[in-house]
Design a protein around this ligand. Structure first.
Ligand code: KG4
Ligand code: ZN
Length: 343
């Protein structure tokens, strides 16, 4: 008998409620994916304001849940299990989702699973491309995280190979956009401007690619500073800023490092599939360069559609379904959210 899993996400600025059906053969089908974003409320601050995000989650949680059930044509009583993001993320924001999940699980008398947000970003791919081959390598790139992960089992076997030592890739996009006078979040406008620019116009640094640097770690703070210095210099000299060329050259540096490190790690570990997920996976140059380099290395590339790559509830429901299918233990109702939860 198939089962309905509800997923709740509230780790950053997106309130997400997803519903999936776990079929007897282990496949997971997407039924609803409703998201309410507070991104516009953070825009004038150039980044997410935790208190504003928590309040927005509180207001959006019930309406978003109602919309998800309406879209799926289901009632609350149809739910067989609930999964919620237990971390990592903003403490106050996580608390809203965790509290809601506990309330629904108690009222409906169904099992509750506190799950990892990062694993959710990978699990979501199964909604679009089917079961993940094991092992696979995940490149997780968003406003909050930049990680290389080895996935032996999506429900219980993820190992971190490396991560950023400073800024996340999306954070670098957001900061560089600010320097260029482009709106927040910076990824989409930089991606767009870069289409009219020359990626070889300015040789920006490739962070952590020296012979003594940790192979699987990333650094984007030096790149961000280098772009800011370049723009300052040009401004001082009274030159007009070639926004398109700066955007294209910056974007090339990010995509070059991310894809080079992911493909190298996959080759070294003998892994035949790379999954790229998180908000930055929507970047056009990142996906085209990844496709080129994966093809050259004989590696399969999977990139979920942009809507699934950014934070949402369906990714948590999908992960919940894999956890239920693996018959892992439920999480006690008195568990706490963990802002620094490791994979
Ligand atoms: O996954 P996500 O929605 O939220 C976090 O968990 O952070 O990722 C948001 C990040 C932002 O930094 C945004 O600038 C970036 O993803 N982003 C992009 C693109 N679309 C969104 N970065 C580069 N290119 C894009 N097309
Ligand atoms: Zn995320």
């Amino acid at each position: 008998m198939s089962r309905i899993i509800m997923g709740i996400e509230s780790s950053c600025d997106e309130t997400g409620v997803g519903l999936v059906r776990l079929h007897d053969d282990g496949t997971v089908e997407l039924l609803a994916d409703e998201v309410a974003s507070s991104v516009e409320q953070h825009a004038r601050f150039g980044g997410v304001v935790p208190e504003v995000a928590s309040r927005a989650h509180l207001e959006a949680m019930v309406p978003t849940t109602e919309r998800a059930f309406e879209k799926a044509g289901l009632a609350l009583s149809d739910v067989d299990a609930i999964a919620v993001t237990a971390g990592p993320g903003l403490a106050g924001a996580l608390l809203v989702g965790v509290s809601a999940a506990k309330a629904y699980a108690t009222a409906l008398d169904v099992p509750l699973y506190g799950v990892n947000h990062l694993a959710g970003h990978i699990a979501v791919d199964t909604l679009q491309h089917g079961p993940l081959p094991a092992p696979c390598l995940a490149l997780l790139v968003s406003g909050g995280h930049t990680q290389l992960l080895r996935v032996d089992d999506i429900a219980s076997g993820i190992t971190e190979l490396g991560s950023t030592v400073d800024d996340a890739a999306g954070e670098a996009y957001d900061k560089v956009a600010r320097v260029l006078g482009l709106p927040y979040p910076g990824g989409p406008p930089i991606d767009k401007a870069a289409k009219n620019g020359d990626p070889a116009a300015i040789a920006f640094p490739r962070g952590m690619t020296g012979p003594r640097d940790a192979k699987n770690d990333f650094s984007f703070s030096g790149l961000k500073t280098s772009v800011a210095r370049w723009v300052e210099g040009a401004t001082r000299r009274g030159e007009e800023i070639p926004v398109d060329d700066v955007a294209a050259s910056f974007q090339e540096a990010v995509a070059d490092v991310l894809t080079m490190k992911a493909v190298r790690a996959a080759k070294e570990q003998g892994i035949g599939t790379i999954v790229i997920s998180g908000g930055v996976a929507a970047n056009s140059r990142l996906s085209s360069l990844a496709a080129e380099r994966c093809a050259a290395a004989g590696i399969e590339l999977r990139v979920p559609r942009p809507r699934l790559c950014t934070d949402n509830g369906a990714m948590i429901a999908a992960l919940g379904a894999h956890v239920v299918a693996a018959k892992l233990p439920t999480t006690p109702l008195d568990f706490s959210a963990n802002p620094a939860l490791p994979v």
